[in-house]
Design a binder for this molecule. Structure first.
Ligand SMILES: *[C@@H]1O[C@H](CO)[C@@H](O)[C@H](O)[C@H]1NC(C)=O
Ligand SMILES: *[C@@H]1O[C@H](CO)[C@@H](O)[C@H](O)[C@H]1NC(C)=O
Ligand SMILES: *[C@@H]1O[C@H](CO)[C@@H](O)[C@H](O)[C@H]1NC(C)=O
Ligand SMILES: *[C@@H]1O[C@H](CO)[C@@H](O)[C@H](O)[C@H]1NC(C)=O
Length: 410
C-alpha cells in the first residue's frame, strides 16, 4: 500500500526539495533540469498552499497524490530506454496500484485544480524528457517522497552512458544545455558541459572544452598569463619577456572523440603587433609565426585557427588587408582572422569580433561566421587543443592579450 500523507505534508509546507547536488550526487541528471523541476514543484505547492491544504484536507490529499502520480507517469512514459525497462515496469506497477486506489475518488473540484496546473505539468514533462540514464535514482527519490517501496529483488541495471553531447541530443531532442556525464573512449564517466543550441551553423550537441570571460569581474586569467587592466578592459597577456615568446594553455579532450571545432576568441592589440609580418617570423608552427593567437591540436601540433593582430591602417600586415598585406604560412590557409585594433588595449575596438574594420581591412570583417570560427576534420580525434599567445618581439614592444574565449567540439 502506498501512502501519500508524506508528500502531502511536504508539498503543503512548500518545502518540497529535490536537491540536485546532494541528493543525486554523481548521477547524470542535468542540474538545470533538476532545478527547473524543483522550482516547478515549489511553485505548484505554493499554489496549492492555502487554497486547498488548509481548508480541504481530503481534496488536497487527492490532488497532491494525483500530481505526484502525473509526474511519475510522465517519467515512466518518457523513459523508453531499454536500460530503464525494469525500473519503468516497477513504476508502472506502482502507478497502476495507486491509480486503482485513488482515481475513483477524484472529484470535479480536483479536476479543475489539476487543469489549472496543466501547463506547468506539460512544461515539466518536456524538461523531464531530457533526463537520460537517471531514471533509477530519480525514481528512487520520487519513490522516497511518495513512500512507495520499490521491489528490491529486481536489481536495477547500470545505465550505459552515451559518448557525445550530440548523441544525447539525437536521443532526447529537447535536452537543454547543461552538464551531463559522457563515456570517454575507455568507458570512464566524464562530467561535461553540453551546448544544445546551434553553433557555427552546424546544429547543437556541442561539448564545451574551454571558456573564459574576463568581462565578468570574478574570472581570472589562467595562471601562466598576466592580467592587463585598463579603461574598463581586463585581458590576459604574456608575462614580461624581453624577447619574442609564446605562452600556451592546453584544453584537455577528456579522451572523448570529436571531429569538429567551433570557437571564438576576442582579444586586444597592445603596441605595434605586426600581423602576419611578425618581424622575426618563422614559418614554423611551433614558433611565433604570427603576432596573435594560434590554436592547434595534438602533438606534433596541427593547425586549427590563427587569430592575428595587425599593426595599423597604413600597415595592416593582415593577409586580408589592402594596405601592406602580408601572407601567412601555407599551413594556415584561410583559417585565420586578422584585425587591427588600437595600440593600447582600447575597449572601442576589440580584435577578431568582425567589427570596427577600417578602410584598409574591410575584407577582414567580411567572414561568414566571424567572430566564430569552424573547422571540420576528416577523422575524429581525442587530441587536446592548445591555445598559444605568440609575439615575435618583447612585451614592451607588443602583445595581443585575450579577453574571452569559448571552444566547443563535437
Ligand atoms: C511509509 O510507509 C510505511 C508503511 O506503509 C510507514 O510505516 C512509514 O511510517 C511511512 N513513512 C513515512 C515517512 O511516511
Ligand atoms: C509559477 O506559476 C505562476 C502562475 O502559473 C507563473 O506565472 C510563474 O511563471 C511560475 N513560476 C515558475 C518559476 O514556474
Ligand atoms: C496496469 O493495469 C492494467 C489493467 O488495469 C494491466 O493491464 C496492466 O498490465 C497493468 N500494468 C502493470 C505494469 O502492472
Ligand atoms: C561575460 O560576462 C558578462 C558579465 O558577467 C556578461 O554580461 C556577458 O554576457 C558574458 N559574455 C559571454 C560571451 O558569456
Amino acid at each position: 500500500m502506498y501512502s501519500y500523507y508524506s508528500i502531502l505534508l511536504v508539498l503543503c509546507m512548500s518545502s518540497y526539495s529535490l536537491s540536485a547536488s546532494s541528493t543525486l550526487d554523481g548521477t547524470c541528471v542535468n542540474p538545470t533540469t533538476l532545478s527547473f523541476i524543483e522550482n516547478s514543484l515549489t511553485n505548484i505547492s505554493d499554489q496549492l498552499k492555502g487554497s486547498s491544504c488548509s481548508s480541504d484536507g481530503a481534496a488536497s490529499e487527492e490532488l497532491t497524490g494525483l500530481l505526484q502520480l502525473a509526474l511519475v507517469k510522465e517519467l515512466a512514459k518518457d523513459y523508453k530506454d531499454e536500460s530503464c525497462d525494469k525500473e519503468e515496469r516497477k513504476l508502472l506497477k506502482n502507478i497502476n496500484a495507486s491509480i486503482a486506489n485513488k482515481i475513483d475518488a477524484s472529484t470535479a473540484a480536483t479536476d479543475a485544480r489539476l487543469n489549472a496546473i496543466e501547463p506547468q505539468l506539460a512544461s515539466l514533462q518536456s524538461q523531464v524528457s531530457s533526463l537520460s540514464s537517471d531514471l533509477n535514482k530519480l525514481s528512487r527519490l520520487l519513490a522516497k517522497h511518495v513512500n512507495v517501496s520499490l521491489d528490491d529483488e529486481e536489481e536495477a541495471p547500470s545505465s550505459p552512458l552515451l559518448s557525445s553531447c550530440d548523441a544525447i541530443l539525437s536521443k532526447w531532442p529537447n535536452s537543454p544545455s547543461g552538464y551531463y556525464n559522457l563515456a570517454d573512449v575507455n568507458g570512464h564517466s566524464r562530467h561535461v558541459y553540453c551546448h544544445m543550441e546551434t553553433l557555427c551553423g552546424k546544429g547543437g550537441g556541442w561539448r564545451r572544452i574551454a571558456s573564459l570571460n574576463m568581462t565578468n569581474p570574478n574570472e581570472k586569467c589562467p595562471t601562466q598569463f598576466r592580467t592587463y587592466s585598463s579603461g574598463g578592459v581586463r585581458a590576459c597577456g604574456r608575462p614580461d619577456t624581453n624577447s619574442g615568446s609564446c605562452f600556451g594553455i592546453t584544453f584537455p579532450s577528456k579522451d572523448i572523440k570529436y571531429s569538429q571545432v567551433c570557437g571564438k576568441v576576442i582579444g586586444y592589440q597592445i603596441g605595434t603587433t605586426d600581423g602576419a609580418a611578425a618581424f622575426y617570423a618563422s614559418k614554423d608552427i611551433n614558433s611565433a609565426y604570427i603576432d596573435g593567437i594560434s590554436l592547434t591540436h595534438g602533438n606534433p601540433r596541427k593547425h586549427i585557427w590563427s587569430l592575428i593582430s595587425g599593426n595599423s591602417i597604413e600597415y595592416s600586415f593582415c593577409p586580408c588587408g589592402s594596405s601592406n598585406p602580408k601572407s601567412v604560412p601555407s599551413f594556415v590557409g584561410s583559417n585565420y582572422y586578422c584585425e587591427v585594433g588600437c595600440h593600447h588595449l582600447c575597449s572601442s575596438d576589440p580584435l577578431w569580433d568582425g567589427k570596427g574594420c577600417g578602410s584598409t581591412e574591410t575584407n577582414c570583417c567580411q567572414r561568414t561566421l566571424i567572430p566564430w570560427f569552424y573547422r571540420s576534420f576528416t577523422h575524429s580525434t581525442t587530441d587536446n587543443i592548445e591555445m598559444r599567445l605568440c609575439c615575435d618581439e618583447d612585451t614592451n614592444n607588443e602583445d595581443a592579450p585575450f579577453e574571452q574565449y569559448e571552444i566547443y567540439v563535437k
